[in-house]
Design a protein around this ligand. Structure first.
Ligand code: ADP
Ligand code: MG
Length: 224
């Protein structure tokens, strides 16, 4: 089932007189239960594309539909709060909170229906992702990079959204850890029926995904 669609989405940055085209009428359907990767050279516009589908920025033309509804109509803030989660290269955790507290904060913000025992759910989720109780009670700054990214993934999952976006999520991790994180993304799509869209410059990661797109000169094309 299609969950997210871009329809004729165009975007450019204005640099003085000059327009730098980033996306040229991009139309793509993303489905539930699939793991997508987006490849492209540095500066090709991958992060910009993610910022559009996560409603952090608005297309110059075209529309983005969530379950058939324009996200502008849903309301950008509401869409961000309830329908998507983003995972960043630099984790973006709250440094003065523990791992479990980072997850709890996210759970307290969403409007989505969650089980009432937040604490138990958060610990279980962290444990599932590979962060045991002892580590869950540590300040996130006292965890390794790979562990911090796991906390970020648990946080992304905790709010029960359908769409998980990630921007170079393994950019700061070594290779072994990279594959472990990729396995988690694969499970999120396969087992948990999420739509997972990961921006990466790793062909290795792309091999593990169901579908890969390549962004070049404004065009997002299927990549074989
Ligand atoms: N806020 C901005 N204003 C002007 N140009 C920008 C802005 N953000 C990004 N760019 C430019 O747009 C291009 C695409 O950026 P980005 O989406 O970050 O690419 P990628 O993530 O693929 O490396 C780059 O040339 C970048 O310098
Ligand atoms: Mg980028």
């Amino acid at each position: 089932m299609t969950i997210l669609q871009t329809k004729g989405v165009s975007y450019f940055y204005q640099d003085g007189e000059r327009r730098r085209k980033i996306l040229d009428e991009t139309s793509i359907n993303f489905e539930q239960g699939k793991f997508y990767t987006i490849l492209g050279q540095s500066g090709s516009g991958k992060t910009t594309f993610l910022s559009l589908i996560s409603a952090l920025d608005e297309p110059k033309s075209g529309e983005i539909l969530y379950k058939g509804q324009d996200i502008k109509k849903i309301g950008y803030e509401k869409y961000r709060r309830n329908n998507i989660s983003i995972i960043f290269q630099s984790y973006n955790l709250v440094p003065y909170l523990t791992a479990v507290e980072n997850v709890l904060v996210a759970m307290s913000i969403t409007d989505n229906q969650l089980p009432s025992n937040h604490q138990e759910v958060a610990y279980n989720l962290l444990d599932y992702i590979g962060i045991n109780k002892t580590k869950a009670d540590r300040l996130v700054t006292q965890l390794s990079g790979g562990e911090q990214q796991r906390v970020a993934i648990a946080r992304a999952l905790s709010t029960n959204v359908d769409i998980i976006l990630a921007d170079e999520p393994t950019g700061n991790l070594d290779e072994g850890m990279e594959m472990e994180i990729v396995e988690i993304f694969k499970d999120l799509a396969e087992i948990h029926n999420k739509c997972v869209i990961v921006v990466t410059h790793s062909n290795e990661i792309a091999k593990f995904s169901d579908e890969t797109f390549y962004l070049k000169q404004g065009e997002l094309k299927h990549y074989e």
